[in-house]
Write a protein that binds this ligand. Structure first.
Ligand code: SAH
Length: 354
């Protein structure tokens, strides 16, 4: 039997039509794609051997052709008291990536997945970019994160939500991400509503426009979250170096266009760092930017990163900031931290395990 490193095709890299072509060339019936997709997406099966409605011969051919369904190896699997689970996956080139399963009391089962190994954005407060950018993840590697997280759930449960908020800048690996999300939202895939998929970006106007175009083309209006984090360009460029290429205005204009073209309200993420961006002048500036926009602000108290010298504001300071925005008509949500004990935030686990 061939091992995965020598196989001609990696299974999850193939979009359904490519898979069809390969199977037909192997002399397998067309409906085999349907069976395979049901096993993998609906029944969470991770091995050809367990697909008992395929003949032994077919299973053998599939194994010879593709090796295994998954390409990676789970290096660590942690679970925190709040039932957040985190996987560190290693790919065949030795590079590693993190993904997280979040549970809440509204029965949401949310997958948080990565799109790149490392990150080129270099945000001051984030662990993901501290060692720079290595490479984009492939379609199969992105899809594998979803499938592995889905299979952590008991048989009767399924992923209900997706947030693309792991390592990397999704808009810089957009085509690949969208290809994987096609399977996440397909009826014969994981069958998630597109409305329950959020893509978070550092704010790249050309990328936001490209995403909007894809929505117009295929009708999949994913939810867009933009990491604003600061209400003026001077502070934002200090926190997010990428800001020097566009500036806040251009990002907000692209976000307005996204809203217009998709009808989906954009979320602005705002990480709160004590003394840096949580003062009354910041409230004032933020209100000025957003008061005439249909937007929602997601406040994220900083998740402290070991090597970085930033402080999380007190709960009182967070509540004050939220209250100030609300009193001026801005809709606010505070994102509570989950899984900090297992390094579930923002690229921390990949750095710990080096
Ligand atoms: N590149 C995308 C996805 C990154 S992670 C983006 O920039 O949006 C998702 C969110 O976590 C982003 O808003 C990011 O700024 C935020 N984040 C990064 N480091 C953080 C930290 N230490 N504490 C809290 N949030 C953090």
């Amino acid at each position: 039997m061939m091992t995965n490193s020598f196989v001609e095709h990696k299974f999850l890299e193939q979009i359904p039509s490519e898979l069809s072509t390969i199977l037909m060339a192997l002399g397998l019936p067309r409906f085999c794609v349907r069976q395979l997709r049901r096993w993998i997406f609906a029944r969470k099966t991770t091995s050809f051997d367990k697909m008992t409605d395929l003949s032994k011969e077919t299973r053998k051919v599939l194994t010879e052709q593709f090796g295994t369904i998954f390409q990676g190896k789970v290096l660590t699997h942690d679970q925190s008291v709040d039932l957040t689970e985190k996987l560190l996956i290693e790919w065949s080139d030795g590079e590693r990536v993190e993904c997280v399963l979040l549970r809440d009391d509204r029965n949401h089962r949310t997958a948080c997945i990565s799109t790149q190994i490392g990150c080129a954005m270099g945000c001051l407060f984030c662990a993901s970019g501290m060692d720079g950018f290595v490479r984009n993840l492939t379609r199969g590697e992105i899809l594998e994160q979803f499938l592995r997280l889905n299979s952590l759930l008991p048989d009767h449960e399924r992923l209900t939500h997706v947030v693309v908020m792991g390592i990397g800048e999704p808009l810089l690996n957009l085509d690949t991400l969208l290809s994987a999300l096609d399977d996440v939202t397909a009826l014969d895939g994981l069958n998630l509503s597109v409305r329950r998929v959020t893509i978070s970006t550092v704010g790249i106007p050309s990328g936001i426009r490209k995403l909007a175009e894809s929505v117009v083309r295929n009708g999949k209006s994913y939810k867009l979250a933009v990491s604003l984090h600061a209400p003026n360009d001077e502070l934002r460029t200090q926190m997010i170096p990428q800001n020097r290429f566009s500036g806040i205005n251009e990002i907000l204009n692209a976000s307005d266009d996204y809203f217009e073209q998709t009808g989906r309200r954009v979320t602005f993420e705002y990480i709160l760092i004590a003394g840096l961006n949580d003062q009354s002048e910041h409230v004032r500036q933020l209100v000025h930017l957003l008061k005439h926009r249909t937007a929602i602000v997601n406040l994220i108290p900083l998740n402290p990163v070991m090597e970085l010298n930033f402080q999380t504001p007190s709960a009182k300071a967070v509540a004050w900031f939220a209250g100030q925005l609300e009193s001026q008509g801005i809709q606010v949500k505070v994102r509570f931290r989950k899984g900090d004990k297992i390094g579930a935030a923002c690229g921390q686990l990949r750095r710990i395990h080096r």
